[in-house]
Write a protein that binds this ligand. Structure first.
Ligand code: GCU
Length: 513
């Protein structure tokens, strides 16, 4: 059926296809189409790197297997100071934190780790494309498909359209808090036409098919009662069980009076090196490769999330002072980067984020800096990050121990806002590769910033080398910084049932029905 529909679209609207070709390509710099390997090599050349160390293997029986021996996992245990300014002053007041220390940390992460957003980054114009009243089980919702059109007048060869779906419950009094998730925006349960409307649609659809292929007339006469388009499930399902801790996080949110938004990372920036001359990064560079200080995909996704929040600020169903950001794995990294840099996000659920996320860069346990500097993952970071995997270069050899900042400081940049660090367990598939212990150390070491700013940490000492990661299912959730490992795999779904009441309480949200 899909084929018929696209055939029809092409037959009826040929101008759609040609309209895109109106741009005069010759008036702009040629869009560079690098392969990932070419782009990676280009960045090495810009940095004067001739050899990168290969990353260790995730396969334990490989000759270059990653290290899982805790006794050699901390080659440089002394972390860069959190509560001392670059000029050696102790950070003793919130004023010093906000005016000096946090800006220094932002500078460090922008320059060496995640990259800077170019000043010419264009504006985004949000449009509500479709509003649909739907039912998810017994919960009525409003689903809005919104698109952020990025102004590409400076370089029309690249289109960036940010896709987002915003779903809010309509059985509670709004405006409601919303958790934005990196994921695939789609209508949860599109409303279906009623019987009469479906009949009209089918008549018209049959007529269009016959017009396209007259032989269809005979076909439909052979099966006179046949309806090519069948009714889908629609409306309330009062028999649906109430969402519980095993239900998808989105349903648990709705059942607790929250909304959710799903934002598509790929619509902002591709998840590979070849895409760096396109997407929002390529648009600001007019189709040319990055320079070493410019942003990578994680920062680009975070920028897109912040633009999504711009939209939410205009949506009257949403309480934009209570918007969170969520992601798992590479999107867990992106969620932490978003929360750390964009202080309009009130809360973050950071799932299994590993290296480049909550885990300490300088730890050598499971995934290493060298895995990221290789060609499969380097696009997440600023080009400058490659320096820390360099074996031979104009500046000599560097390792993770040379990175001037580390992830405890990134977590601290989110303080005093609500920061929930979530993992599963290796036995259930949340691999040791992610280095849960390194994330726990970073969380412990981030506490002083939360405390200085009047919030609470994990309720532990700041001794990140000696505090022992608690058993799975231990809730360290009394403070604004929270830690929980669920008994499950590479997902944060089992932690939603803990996250939601924690976030509601700390944000002072009471559902009004
Ligand atoms: C790999 C990578 C991780 C990443 C993960 C994912 O395992 O090494 O850093 O988080 O993929 O995003 O799925």
């Amino acid at each position: 059926m899909k084929n018929y529909i696209s055939l029809l679209i092409f037959a009826l609207f040929p101008f759609i296809v040609s309209a895109q070709n109106d741009v005069d390509d010759t008036a702009y710099p040629t869009l560079r189409t690098f392969t990932t390997q070419e782009d990676h090599a280009n960045m090495m050349e810009q940095l004067g790197i001739t050899e990168l160390r290969p990353g260790p293997s995730g396969n334990p029986s490989a000759p270059n297997a990653a290290n899982y021996d805790p006794s050699i996992a901390d080659p440089c245990p002394e972390l860069p100071a959190l509560m001392v300014t670059d000029d050696g002053k102790k950070v003793t007041s919130p004023a010093i934190w906000w005016n000096q220390r946090r800006p220094e940390l932002i500078e460090g992460f922008e320059k060496e780790v995640y990259g800077r957003i170019p000043e010419n980054v264009p504006d985004v114009d949000w449009k509500v494309e479709i509003v649909d009243n739907e039912w998810i089980g017994r919960i009525p919702v409003v689903a809005k498909k919104v698109t952020g059109y990025v102004d590409n007048s400076a370089y029309p060869l690249i289109d960036v359209e940010i896709e987002m779906m915003v779903v809010t419950p309509s059985n509670v009094e709004g405006p409601v808090p919303v958790l934005m998730m990196f994921g695939n925006p789609r209508f949860p349960a599109p409303a279906q036409p009623n019987r009469d409307d479906l009949e009209t649609i089918n008549e018209s659809f049959k007529a269009a098919m016959i017009k396209n292929d007259p032989a269809m007339k005979e076909m439909f006469e052979k099966y006179p009662a046949y309806q090519p388009i069948q009714a889908g499930q629609s409306g309330p399902n009062w028999w649906a069980p109430a969402p519980n801790g095993d239900s998808p996080g989105s349903e648990q949110l709705l059942a607790n009076g929250w909304g959710y938004a799903t934002i598509s990372p790929a619509s902002i920036q591709a998840d590979n090196g070849a895409g760096l001359t396109r997407g929002i990064i390529g648009l600001t560079n007019k189709g040319q490769p990055r320079t070493p200080e410019q942003w990578g995909s994680l920062r680009a996704w975070a920028w897109g999330a912040a633009r999504g929040l711009d939209y939410l600020e205009t949506d009257e169903d949403v309480d934009a002072t209570k918007v969170g950001i969520e992601g798992v794995s590479r999107y867990g990294k992106a969620a932490l980067v978003t929360l750390a840099f964009e202080d309009r996000f009130a809360v973050g659920l950071i799932g299994s984020s590993g290296k480049g996320g909550a885990t300490l860069h300088r730890r050598v346990f499971g995934e290493a800096v060298e895995n990221i500097t290789g060609s499969g993952e380097y696009h997440w970071m600023a080009g400058n990050y490659l320096k820390y995997g360099a074996e031979q270069s104009e500046f000599g050899k560097m390792t993770g121990c040379d990175i001037p900042v580390d992830s405890h400081q990134l977590i601290a940049m989110a303080a005093p806002r609500l920061t929930f660090i979530s993992y599963g367990i290796p036995e259930e598939g949340d691999a040791l590769w992610l280095d849960q212990v390194g994330s726990y150390q970073a969380s412990i070491a981030a506490q002083p910033a939360f405390i200085l700013l009047g919030a609470e940490g994990l309720g532990k000492s700041n001794d990140y080398m000696n505090e022992v990661m608690p058993e799975p299912q231990t809730n360290l959730m009394d403070g604004e910084l929270a830690w929980r490992q669920h008994i499950g795999g590479h997902t944060d779904q089992p932690n939603y049932q803990y996250f939601i009441p924690w976030a509601s309480e700390k944000l002072g949200y009471e559902v009004k029905r």
